[in-house]
Design a binder for this molecule. Structure first.
Ligand code: RI2
Length: 344
């Protein structure tokens, strides 16, 4: 999407070269950083410099191409690939990105062509496919939202949680793609942005993304979402996903499950938007999805990017699961790049 007058992607992949949007710097600075080694890609994912399922999948794919470039020995390469896969446990895109590149390189090796060339080509294709998925979700989703509109003069009202925007999905976004599409096509849209404790991906990143694009939005504390829904101020809730099980149970940022309960209570459509790379048919239900637990400091410390301050009672224990699982029964529809989809 456009940043400072230029079309940019959150993960830009070229042969031997990766440039990423530094999401830790947002919203204080818009900074792009070059990564030149597999280990830097892994660290950028675990430190959340790059975050969001689609973007970490694209960066893991590029990291796998670096691993093929860096290691002649199969054992050393496999260990670098395993480290990439383990950088974060919940988003299945990570494993899919690494697998796509490794498979292409192994096939090239088996047929006597250059595996490193094949690895980079697969990494570029993977990032392009994620970006194209976001664009397609935007088309289908915006058409659906317009079809539901009862008053064409009023803005379409959407509520979202976390950031499933273009920083999280290479380009366009999953949940935010329909909002960009509507805005670019000249339709009024307003987005309620959940703050998304504890890391504030909504308040920091989604608000930055929408403001940069000129899309009307309002940040709300996570606890205000049910009240906003019950006041009739929302046409649809749209969120992204980190992993979708075969039965449709969906892991997404902590706070998604209570939002789905509130949407069910208020009879508002609750939609999960995600590329095919986020589906995990090997997980039968949400119980098979590993949930990442993150450091206590994300809850106990606040920071403006420069200074850090503890704001909780010292010594109190903290539990910080990064994701929750929303049961399929609470989800109205899943939006894939091919349109609305319901698991059988
Ligand atoms: P897409 C985020 O997790 C959120 O859970 C968000 O919904 C998700 O990534 C996926 O984003 P985190 O990486 O790939 O901030 O669906 O922990 O756009």
């Amino acid at each position: 999407m456009e940043v400072d007058g230029r079309q940019r992607r959150a993960v830009e992949v070229a042969v031997g070269e990766v440039t990423v949007l530094d999401q830790l710097a947002l919203p204080f600075a818009t900074r792009f950083v070059a990564l030149t080694e597999a280990s830097q890609c892994r660290a950028a994912i675990s430190d959340m410099l790059v975050r969001g399922a689609g973007s970490i999948g694209a960066l893991a794919a590029a990291g796998a191409a670096f691993a093929w470039q860096e290691h002649v020995s199969e054992a050393a390469r496999d260990s670098a690939l395993a480290e990439l896969r383990a950088a974060r446990p919940t988003a299945i895109d990570l494993a899919h990105g690494v697998a796509a590149v490794d498979r292409a390189a192994r096939q090239a090796e088996a047929t006597g062509t250059d595996p490193i060339v094949a690895a980079w080509s697969a990494a570029i294709d993977h990032a392009d496919a994620i970006a194209a998925a976001g664009e397609a979700i935007g088309r289908h989703g915006s058409a659906w939202l317009r079809a539901q509109q009862t008053d064409p003069a009023a803005p379409i009202q959407v509520l979202t949680h976390c950031n499933a925007g273009w920083p999280a999905l290479v380009d366009w976004g999953s949940a935010t793609a329909p909002m960009h599409r509507l805005h670019l096509d000249g339709h009024a849209v307003h987005v309620w942005v959940d703050e998304t404790r504890p890391r504030g991906q909504g308040a920091r990143i989604t608000a930055w993304e929408l403001a940069t694009a000129g899309i009307a939005h309002t940040i709300i504390p996570d606890g205000a979402a049910a009240t906003v829904l019950s006041n009739g101020q929302v046409d649809a809730v749209i969120v992204g996903a980190d992993r979708i099980a075969a039965n449709g149970d969906t892991a997404n940022k902590l706070g998604t499950f209570p939002l789905a309960l509130a949407a069910q209570h208020t009879d508002i459509p609750f939609i999960v938007a995600a590329p095919h790379s986020t589906w995990d048919p090997s997980a039968a239900t949400g119980a098979d999805i590993p949930i990442e637990t993150r450091p206590a400091a994300e809850v106990t410390v606040v920071s403006d990017g420069q200074q850090r301050a503890r704001w909780t009672h010292p010594g109190s224990p903290v539990h910080n699961p990064a994701f929750d699982v929303t049961p399929a029964a609470l989800i109205t529809a899943w939006w894939s790049p091919d349109g609305p989809w319901t698991p059988s």
